[in-house]
Ligand binder design. Structure first.
Ligand code: G3I
Length: 303
């Protein structure tokens, strides 16, 4: 096959990208994205600050622009993200306790209901675990509402849209030996054992010199999958753009049946949140295929 989406589809997987609403007028951007990818994540447009700028007043203008572009071009959509310590609107940042808890529930209901039946998987909770060696939760206003905030978020999302897969999504949970990975693993195991509705774990997979790809990545994927959840690679980028590392990531996903798809966090290097100079993506800033692109395509075709 000659595109990432078609090559991934040979094994029933998807290959996706983050899409920014502000770039949908860029024909080079949309033609590459339309040709190569069959899953879309809104890079910012479905986040809390974008969708509920004032309490109780939802705004889906830009989220719908990304959603409609995707669906009109035959792609599915991952929803990102419903509950997060970051990119909260000012009104939410200033809440605490039971009023914040209720605002979180209301937000999840408002957004999930708007897209009910239309989303492949929601990143219900994003980045709730602490960096470093504790393996525990990240301190945040949401965490301070009580340790059960994550399961409340998942139960609320399930009730609002029973058709969407519900994911926990985080970075630096790709290295199996790291405490943060183990902390998330223990939470997912606990959720499965108690019947808290969770269907998938998103490994963001932002690889750089501080948190490089590790050969135990495949162990991480298979270990989460063995808990009875799907695993998705949700925000892949590799600083330096190593073609060999890209191939390893793809091969590790392909080796685990429940690794259902891969999303890269942008189209061209110039679209990356990291800046084009780190060369993290599969297309250069002129839209040309990079060595990493060919490496990923070959890995998908050789599965
Ligand atoms: O749109 C405004 C613009 O009007 C303003 O002039 C400009 C000035 O700073 O900011 C623009 O908004 C920026 C937005 O990206 C769109 O470019 C925000 O400041 C900036 O904070 C925002 O960054 C996003 C970041 O999440 C915010 O946390 C990145 O695009 C986005 O790639 C990044 O994505 C996250 C995932 O959601 C979660 N995992 C990590 C990943 C990378 O940080």
């Amino acid at each position: 096959e000659s595109t990432l989406a078609a090559a991934a589809a040979q094994s029933g997987r998807y290959f996706g990208t983050a899409i920014a609403a502000g770039k949908l007028g860029d024909s080079q951007y949309t033609s590459i994205a339309n040709r190569e990818f069959n899953m879309v994540t809104a890079e910012n447009e479905m986040k809390i600050d974008a969708t509920e700028p004032n309490r109780g007043q939802f705004n889906f203008t830009n989220g719908d622009r990304v959603y409609n572009w995707a669906v009109q071009n035959g792609k599915r959509v991952r929803g990102h993200t419903l509950a997060w310590y970051s990119q909260q609107p000012g009104w939410m940042q200033s809440l605490s306790g039971s009023s914040l808890r209720q605002a979180m529930i209301d937000h999840i209901n408002g957004v999930v209901n708007h897209y009910k039946g239309k989303i492949y998987a929601w990143d219900v909770v994003n980045e709730a675990f602490a960096d470093g060696n504790s393996g525990g939760r990240r301190d945040s206003n949401l965490q301070r509402t009580g340790n059960d905030w994550i399961e409340v978020a998942f139960r609320t999302a399930r009730a609002a849209d029973p058709a969407a897969k519900l994911c926990y999504n985080d970075y630096n949970i790709d290295n199996w030996s790291w405490a943060k990975t183990q902390g998330v693993y223990n939470m997912v195991r606990d959720f499965k054992s108690r019947g808290v509705p969770i269907d998938c774990v998103g490994l963001q997979s932002h690889f750089n010199s501080q948190s490089p790809y590790n050969s135990n990545y495949r162990t991480t994927i298979s270990s989460f999958a063995a808990l009875g959840v799907d695993v998705q690679i949700t925000e892949l980028d590799i600083q330096g753009g190593s073609a060999q590392t890209y191939a390893s990531v793809v091969n590790d996903c392909l080796a685990v049946a429940r690794c259902t798809g891969i999303t890269v966090w942008g189209v061209r290097d110039s679209d990356s949140w990291l800046g084009a100079n780190t060369s993290p993506l599969l297309f250069d800033s002129s839209g040309n295929k990079k060595a990493a692109y060919t490496s990923v395509l070959n890995a998908l075709n050789n599965a």
